[in-house]
Design a binder for this molecule. Structure first.
Ligand code: 13P
Ligand code: SF4
Length: 311
């Protein structure tokens, strides 16, 4: 029974005792973002996990992010407050089916979004994140045929932007699929001077209206540059917490779903992590990420390729 415990103080105490670093994604609850040692997008979080000299990484994000931390830092204990914190993109791409897809296209390389399982990373050539995808794609020989998975929206966006044809795996993020074009246009009519920033996991009908498309970090940086004082944000709304902290004079409005508000765009997987579960994870050093060594080494190749190319 945790009632009466000062969770914030207890987490601080355990973080020191365990020599732990707390890494959090921008989609985490504000109270978790506020106590994290580092808050970032998928690429920056991987780099932090690789570089840390802590003994324990408490990863406040989803499973594929914590797996990535373990692949890159195998000697650390990596805990994820709730093991059920998955991702619909990862679920959309079972490794056996992905292996079959690859086998059907032997002359293609697999460029794969980091939002996938360790098994799918092991079946891939190069991993990308939304902040590194364009830069990495530009370094691949134009004659090289490419399979891109599992996010067909990010893949479609890259193909449109670069003119590069790719074979797309049909996965989607349930959170970014939930934005409504009709409601977005209504909101923009109410705020005609407010630019729209969108994550590339959004469908093309949403991206078509965006003034800026980029990763969570990219959207945060764009918010600093807007000429006016209002921004419409088409990604998971918890990122607005960082914007309000950094830019208290500006107004940030979450893009709506079909019901007209942005609550349906909260990532249900990210939301599974709580202060209570983070406290227990640091106290008991469980749930812990474990990856079989052969699989880890195979998956690490495609992640190393990303870290080399995303300079
Ligand atoms: P970023 O790399 O932009 O943080 O995206 C991660 C993610 O899961 C978006 O839904
Ligand atoms: Fe996965 Fe979408 Fe949640 Fe990101 S927002 S973790 S892509 S389900």
């Amino acid at each position: 029974n945790l009632t009466g415990l000062d969770l914030r103080a207890e987490i601080d105490r355990l973080r020191k005792e365990r020599n732990a670093v707390i890494l959090a994604h921008y989609y985490q609850k504000p109270e978790i973002q506020d106590l994290a040692d580092f808050v970032g997008d998928s690429l920056d979080l991987s780099r932090k996990a690789q570089a840390t000299d802590a003994d324990v990484i408490a990863f406040c994000g989803v499973r594929f992010m914590a797996d990535t931390a373990k692949i890159l830092s195998p000697d650390k204990i990596v805990v994820l407050p709730d093991m059920a914190a998955g991702c619909s993109l990862e679920d959309s791409c079972p490794p056996e089916q992905f292996a079959e897809f690859r086998a059907q296209h032997p002359d293609h390389i697999a460029l794969t979004y980091i939002n996938c399982s360790t098994e799918v990373k092991a079946l891939s050539d190069i991993i990308v994140t939304s902040s590194s995808a364009e830069q990495i794609l530009a370094q691949i020989d134009p004659a090289q045929k490419i399979i891109f998975g599992p996010d067909r929206n990010l893949g479609g966006y890259l193909a449109r932007k670069t003119g590069r044809e790719m074979l797309l795996w049909p996965g989607v993020c349930i959170v970014h699929e939930a934005f409504s074009e009709t409601e977005l246009l209504k909101l923009r009519a109410q705020h005609p001077d407010a630019p729209i920033a969108a994550h590339p996991e959004c469908p093309a009908v949403i991206l078509d209206h965006a003034d800026y498309v980029g990763s969570t970090r990219g959207i945060l940086e764009f918010a600093q540059r807007i000429p006016g004082d209002t921004l419409i944000v088409a990604t998971e709304p918890h990122i607005i917490h960082q914007m309000e902290k950094a830019m208290p004079g500006k107004t940030f409005i979450g893009a709506p779903g079909a019901d007209g508000n942005c609550n349906c765009n909260i990532c249900p997987y990210m939301a599974l992590n709580t202060m209570e579960k983070l406290y227990l994870a640091l106290r008991d050093l469980t749930p812990r990420i474990e990856i079989e060594e052969g699989l880890r080494l195979q998956a690490k190749k495609s992640l190393d390729a990303m870290l080399d190319l995303a300079r």
